[in-house]
Design a protein. Structure first.
Ligand SMILES: Nc1ncnc2c1ncn2[C@@H]1O[C@H](COP(=O)(O)OP(=O)(O)OP(=O)(O)O)[C@@H](O)[C@H]1O
Length: 599
């Protein structure tokens, strides 16, 4: 669907409020149309001494002192004051209502965008800059506000005002009225000329703003590295570059908008001058009265209002359409993890996993060359109650392997089966709710410790949270904090040490009653004693689950039920510690190497 009509389809969702807003705006428009008439009454009938025409004479006679010159003047001025006041009140109420409706639409669109972002695959998020997505979420969603408040309402009302004025002007003088409409094709031509450049300039401006935001976001997130390496100057210089590009795009956008506005003003001004000249000529020729010309010229002056509003609305339609494109790009992105329309939905998930000839490569961007195989025909099984350790040198595909279990990615070939079902046939929510994760870089939210531990579970009790923390050897250090479990963590838990963050992440995983537990180097920042204690607790709780444990410290995984050894994406060995040592191959070489390193 075209961007602008699609934006307007959101407006329909608040149609009762919009109808009221239109009704208020129409009333305001009618008042505006009435505004010049008291002028004619004063000039022609009060000052000019002409007789009031039939209806007006009857109305005046019905009013106290309406049939006297002073009375008529007082009533006419009174009417003008009432029109002015009523117009102001209606404008205020209308504006407040439109703002309320528009914010509802903006929040709705932002909510839809956020929901979509949460569903989009990891591959999508790895390609997108976070700052740019924030820009789309926080700024570009206002396109729907602009579409309603700056395009739809003023556009329709101004068009009706224009038509109303034309009808009235035509009654005074058809030739002049037609002449005053010469402005319309002039404005249409200006829009045709400017729509393309305005669209491109707006798009570039918001794209540059997104890049700027992303740069600032990354610089602030990496502030420790920046300060530690004394690279503030480098980032400052880079910021200047981003700011300059943004400034250039901003100026171009504003300049094109200003040029469009000036061209529309010139078109309006020229047509007004022509009509004024012709009008004066027709008064001289005796075709219309001086009062008629006054009414006509005040309509003509008033005409510039709706005409300008229409040209502004058309410009706003282009700008909101450009912003909408950035929102719809995300909404229309098909990079969600695909789900079957009729998934298999087993009542319970036991955690029986089977990798069947699985190969995988990350999708590369166009400029990154051909995809590299990260997992190469990997096959193995893991049963409930088993602790499966995955080992191998760095970059061999260990994290990638476990990320297939949560369906962060799908295999390029082969299958991963859970309880006999291909993961792609299971409902995604069900699959993910049966998996508990501790990621290599534990992410903590800037909320309390208790909320962080409780993240994966609906309303756990405090004692359950404490128990999970005890299992993760985190209870003691949390209890020593002045605010204990209520301690609020900074961004990404920056107020804690690396080992403390890891233990909170482990507690979060422990609390979740899932049939699969994935621990990706969960204890790399812990001392040997704490690590041993956590592993012991884990071994006790692991009896009911299938546990995957990735570690570079082979001493920690000696007691695993199965050890899988990856080498350059291939599964080269699998078995218990003693068997693999006996094989004298990759694992035993790695193990011997680490033993020597300890000595
Ligand atoms: N999102 C990604 N896009 C492209 N390549 C990736 C991506 N993530 C990982 N890789 C590449 O895939 C390979 C395997 O990475 P993976 O993280 O699975 O290794 P690993 O064995 O867990 O390493 P480590 O022990 O260092 O954590 C690496 O060469 C890595 O560079």
């Amino acid at each position: 669907m075209n961007r602008f009509p699609r934006l307007l389809s959101y407006a329909i969702t608040v149609w009762p409020g919009l109808l009221v807003a239109f009704a208020i705006a129409f009333s305001g428009m009618l008042l505006e149309l009435l505004r010049p008439w008291p002028l004619k009454v004063v000039v022609d009938y009060v000052l000019g001494g002409q007789d009031l025409p039939g209806t007006l004479a009857a109305m005046a006679a019905a009013l106290p002192y309406g049939d006297t010159t002073q009375g008529l003047l007082a009533w006419t001025i009174g009417t003008l004051v009432v029109i002015t006041l009523a117009s102001a009140v209606l404008t205020y109420i209308g504006t407040a209502l439109v703002v309320k409706l528009c914010y509802r639409l903006v929040h709705g669109l932002a909510g839809e965008l956020f929901a979509k972002l949460q569903r989009l695959s990891l591959s999508y998020h790895q390609k997108q800059a976070g700052g740019d997505l924030i820009q789309r979420m926080s700024q570009d969603v206002y396109c729907v506000h602009m579409a309603v408040s700056a395009v739809l309402l003023p556009g329709v009302i101004s068009l009706c005002t224009l038509i109303g004025m034309f009808v009235i002007l035509a009654q005074i003088d058809v030739t002049l009225a037609l002449m005053s409409m010469v402005v319309v094709p002039g404005l249409a031509g200006a829009l045709l000329l400017f729509a393309g450049p305005m669209d491109r300039a707006t798009r570039r401006r918001y794209d540059e703003l997104g890049s700027f935001m992303s740069f600032v976001d990354q610089a602030i997130s990496g502030i420790k590295v920046v300060q530690g390496f004394n690279r503030e100057d480098l980032l400052q210089a880079k910021l200047q570059g981003y700011a300059q590009r943004l400034g250039g795009a901003y100026q171009r956008d504003v300049n094109i908008g200003a040029a469009y506005k000036q061209v529309t003003l010139i078109v309006t001004g020229l047509s007004t001058a022509a009509v004024l000249g012709l009008g004066a000529w027709r008064v001289i020729g005796g075709h219309i009265s001086l009062g008629d010309l006054l009414v006509f010229t005040s309509y003509l002056a008033a005409l510039s209002g709706p005409i300008e509003a229409i040209s502004v609305a058309l410009g706003a339609a282009v700008v909101s359409g450009s912003q909408a494109r950035r929102v719809f790009e995300v909404l229309d992105s098909g990079e969600e993890v695909p789900e079957r329309a009729d998934p298999v939905d087993p009542p319970v998930i036991r955690g029986d996993l089977q990798f069947e000839d699985v190969s995988f490569c990350y999708v590369q961007r166009g400029d990154e060359g051909p995809p590299r195989t990260v997992l190469d025909h990997v096959s193995f099984t893991a049963s409930p109650g088993e602790i499966v350790a995955i080992v191998g040198a760095t970059g061999m595909g260990k994290s990638t392997l476990v990320s297939l279990i949560s369906r962060f990615y799908d295999p390029a070939s082969g299958r991963v089966l859970l309880d006999g079902h291909d993961l792609r046939d299971l409902p995604l929510r069900k699959l993910r709710s049966s998996v508990s994760l501790v990621l290599q870089e534990p992410y903590l939210f800037p909320v309390s410790i208790a909320e962080n531990i409780a993240f994966g579970v609906e309303d756990p009790s405090l004692s359950q949270i404490h128990e999970a923390a005890r299992m993760a050897c985190a209870h003691d250090f949390i209890s020593r904090l002045p605010l204990g479990y209520a301690t609020n963590l900074g961004e990404s838990g920056s107020s804690l040490s690396g080992g403390e963050r890891q233990r909170i992440a482990i507690a979060r995983a422990m609390l979740r009653p899932s049939s699969i537990l994935i621990l990706d180097e969960p204890t790399s920042a812990l001392d040997a004693r704490t690590e041993a204690q956590i592993l012991q607790n884990l071994a006790q709780s692991a009896r009911a689950r299938t546990t995957f444990f990735i570690s570079h410290r082979l001493s920690t995984i000696k007691h695993a039920d199965k050890i899988i050894v990856l080498d350059d994406g291939r599964l080269v060995e699998a078995g218990r510690h003693e068997e693999l040592i006996g094989n004298g191959a990759t694992y035993s070489a790695l193990y011997r190497h680490q033993e020597l390193a300890v000595l």
